[in-house]
Write a protein that binds this ligand. Structure first.
Ligand SMILES: NC(=O)c1ccc[n+]([C@@H]2O[C@H](COP(=O)([O-])OP(=O)(O)OC[C@H]3O[C@@H](n4cnc5c(N)ncnc54)[C@H](O)[C@@H]3O)[C@@H](O)[C@H]2O)c1
Ligand SMILES: [Zn+2]
Length: 455
């Protein structure tokens, strides 16, 4: 919620306006939010007597009944709009579909839309709210780890434009964000790992206590879904709660004085220098967490080469990433891509590189003088180094959901059809899905070995 106080004064040939906008919004931790005994969510809608919910389709399948029952018990009429999720649907087309729903529903100016889903849905539906009648209220319930500890901590909303990641968007705070980590129970391990990368990010450059906890409990955090699966130890549950609480608090402390990103030296942009160009480059895009991890892993090598961290710290960070199945490198992460990405991010960062690097673990330095030659040399060393890691540095479940793709059989061949921006593009015709996914057999074998090792 925001409030503007401003003054107007006359100048010799016009007027000068000066104003400050007050922004207030809340985060509330609450497990099992749809348990009817909790009043928190219902209290936001009693005065309206109704609630328009925009929800991710997978979340709806799993929690739709509990959601509808919750509002029925609290005597609030609930209208649900289900939106198909996935990175490839983070598009203008999805935003327009959501906007049509607002109009059909007859959304009243200040009535908050309830947005429930992962980072994709909260970003795109949040952007729809930012632009409907120029600004509309919303309340957010993130349901993925990325959503809970990152996407919903910020007030940035937006969508992809073609292959340009988050190119359109706005800064738009919800009234309240309910943080219900019990959603992690049903989230796939691949997506838990994806979110883990954002925790590696914040901890490596800003919060050593969290880094130490991630390092201590890494595999267990992933396999127990941050302590939410039955049978998880009390110790890991406690560690997960600490990680989530401290991690979110640190993110807020870093971001809140700079909500509109006017200061461009942003600690939490660690891992986000080259990854925005890399993420959507492979035929099947990388998961966000893996894309930023490749960027962070390379940054760690650069930081070590520059003497910002020791070799022990470098190996500790890379080992943690590898142990939990995050990607350390990618064949498309080339010097050409890196240099193109450097130039591209400098446009966002006011002409400077502002590449965040650990110095040492838990603190951050910004680097502005990386040259093509230095990056090229460091990249060679990085690629040679990570070759010796398990799976030769490849990640586990590194690509976006196959649910973004439809499989169609054409005679003996499988045609992989990609739904991108609402258009159907025939991506590849092949006899096996795995080869059309560009995953070679070595990677699949390494994944299998990894899975059997952690099960
Ligand atoms: N706004 C920001 O500051 C910010 C920060 C970080 C990331 N992001 C954005 O977030 C997006 C990635 O978000 P994501 O990883 O949450 O992806 P996502 O929203 O696509 O969700 C991942 C998958 O999990 C499913 N899902 C969601 N909740 C579930 C649950 N509880 N149980 C089972 N399945 C569930 C979804 O249907 C989807 O298939 C990227 O587009 C990234 O740009 C934004
Ligand atoms: Zn990110």
């Amino acid at each position: 919620m925001s409030d503007m106080s401003a003054t107007v004064s006359s100048t010799t040939n016009g007027f000068h306006i000066e104003g400050y906008e007050k922004i207030t919004y809340d985060f509330r931790f609450i497990d099992n939010i749809f348990d009817p005994k909790h009043h928190d969510l219902a209290d936001c809608y009693h005065s309206w007597g109704r609630c328009l919910v925009v929800i991710d389709d997978n979340v709806y399948k799993m929690y739709g009944q509990a959601l509808e029952n919750y509002f029925t018990v609290h005597n609030i009429k609930c209208t649900v709009k289900v939106i198909q999720g996935g990175e490839l649907r983070k598009t203008m087309k999805t935003k327009l579909e959501i906007l049509d729903t607002f109009a059909e529903f007859g959304l009243v100016r200040k009535e908050p839309v309830l947005v429930i889903g992962g980072g994709v849905l909260t970003d795109v539906a949040g952007y729809a709210c930012a632009s409907y009648r120029r600004t509309s209220n919303f309340i957010r319930i993130p349901t993925t780890l990325i959503g809970l500890i990152d996407a919903s901590v910020s007030i940035k909303v937006g969508l992809n434009h073609g292959k340009l990641k988050n190119r359109l968007g706005a800064y738009h705070a919800p009234l309240i964000t309910f943080l219900d980590f019990s959603f992690l129970k049903t989230l796939s391990q691949g997506h838990i790992r994806n979110g883990f990368a954002e925790l590696v990010k914040i901890s490596t450059v800003a919060e050593k206590t969290v880094f130490d906890l991630l390092d201590k409990y890494g595999e267990e955090l992933i396999s127990t879904h941050f302590g939410y699966l039955d049978g998880a130890s009390e110790e890991v549950r406690k560690a997960a709660k600490q990680i989530n609480y401290i991690g979110i608090k640190k993110m807020l402390e870093l971001e809140v004085p700079n909500l509109h990103e006017i200061m461009l030296d942003r600690v939490i942009a660690f891992g986000h220098t080259w990854s925005p160009t890399l993420e959507l480059t492979p035929p099947i895009p990388l998961r966000h967490g893996h894309a930023i991890n490749i960027d962070m892993a390379f940054s760690v090598t650069v930081a070590w080469k520059r003497g910002l961290i020791t070799i022990e710290e470098r190996d500790r960070i890379l080992r943690l990433m590898s142990r939990v199945g995050l990607t350390l490198d990618h064949e498309l992460f080339t010097i050409d891509l890196i240099w193109k990405a450097t130039k591209s991010i400098m446009l966002t960062r006011d002409g400077h590189q502002r590449a965040a690097m650990p110095n040492p673990i838990g603190t951050c330095t910004f680097v502005n003088d990386l040259t093509y030659e230095e990056l090229e040399q460091d990249l060679k060393e990085h690629k040679a180094l990570v070759k010796n890691y398990p799976r030769a540095g490849a990640g586990v479940d590194a690509y976006i959901d196959q649910s973004d793709y439809m499989e169609i059989h054409d005679g003996d061949n499988m045609v992989l059809t990609k739904a991108l921006n609402g258009e159907l593009l025939v991506e590849a015709v092949s006899s096996t899905l795995s080869s059309s996914l560009g995953m070679n057999l070595k990677t699949i074998a390494a994944e299998k070995a990894y899975r059997s090792a952690i099960m």
